[in-house]
Design a protein around this ligand. Structure first.
Ligand SMILES: [Zn+2]
Length: 221
């Protein structure tokens, strides 16, 4: 499908900014992926901020599925331009399409459901990054790292299911937790907080009724 002039102009504007942050090699790679450019346009319209994370490798993002406008993505400055582009494609999936809440409400979502959501979202983010990697690889201009080629192969042979299984055993780059351990901890924290709040409420209403009871006793005396 041909791009409209508005989209073309938006691409030029977005890529010029990325070039200032991440260099001309990075910008040239971004130009070669229609999927990435399309996601970048969506992110721009939402006001998603893309930041350079100086002296770091890897990437991360913050977003709230209920309001995607304040989302941001941080890309480490130390990786190769191609790795940075692949990370960007991955994080864009989270901020644009992810649905896993950062602060789950244990009254509304079970632990099992929350973990399943988080792992599913991660598998979809890997699919998105793999789609972008495939577009880049198809141009014949970019040498893919072996681990990304492996993900492309996994998706071709086993699709979403296989990537989901891969996420289940994968370790996150921050800390050495699996995704289930990490999101399990987030859910458990929310659950403990909820229990504390309930206990406090119960204690307060107990105190109140005791005071009321004491008042009626003193009146009767
Ligand atoms: Zn991810």
């Amino acid at each position: 499908m041909a791009l409209s002039n508005t989209d073309k102009n938006l691409d030029v504007e977005i890529i010029a900014k990325l070039e200032r942050q991440f260099g001309s090699r990075f910008a040239a790679i971004v130009r070669d992926s229609p999927t990435l450019r399309s996601d970048l346009r969506k992110a721009r319209l939402l006001g998603v901020r893309i930041k350079r994370w100086n002296g770091k490798t890897g990437a991360y993002c913050r977003y709230y599925p209920t309001d995607r406008r304040n989302a941001y993505i941080s890309i480490g400055s130390l990786d190769s331009p191609l790795m940075k582009v692949i990370y960007l494609a991955h994080e864009l999936y989270h901020v644009l399409y992810g649905t896993t809440p950062a602060f789950p409400d244990p009254r509304k979502i079970s632990r099992k459901r929350y973990l399943s959501m988080a792992v599913g979202e991660e598998a979809r983010a890997i699919m998105r990054q793999t789609k972008v990697a495939h577009e880049l690889w198809s141009t014949g201009k970019h040498a893919m790292p072996a681990w990304q080629l492996n993900l492309m192969l996994m998706e071709l042979t086993g699709g979403y299911k296989q990537l989901r299984d891969y996420v289940l055993v994968a370790r996150q780059s921050f800390g050495m937790e699996t995704y289930e351990e990490n999101f399990g901890r987030i859910w458990d924290q929310a659950h403990r907080k909820l229990i504390r709040e309930r206990q406090l409420k119960l204690k307060n209403s107990n105190n109140q009724s005791r005071r009321r009871a004491n008042r009626s006793i003193s009146k009767a005396a």
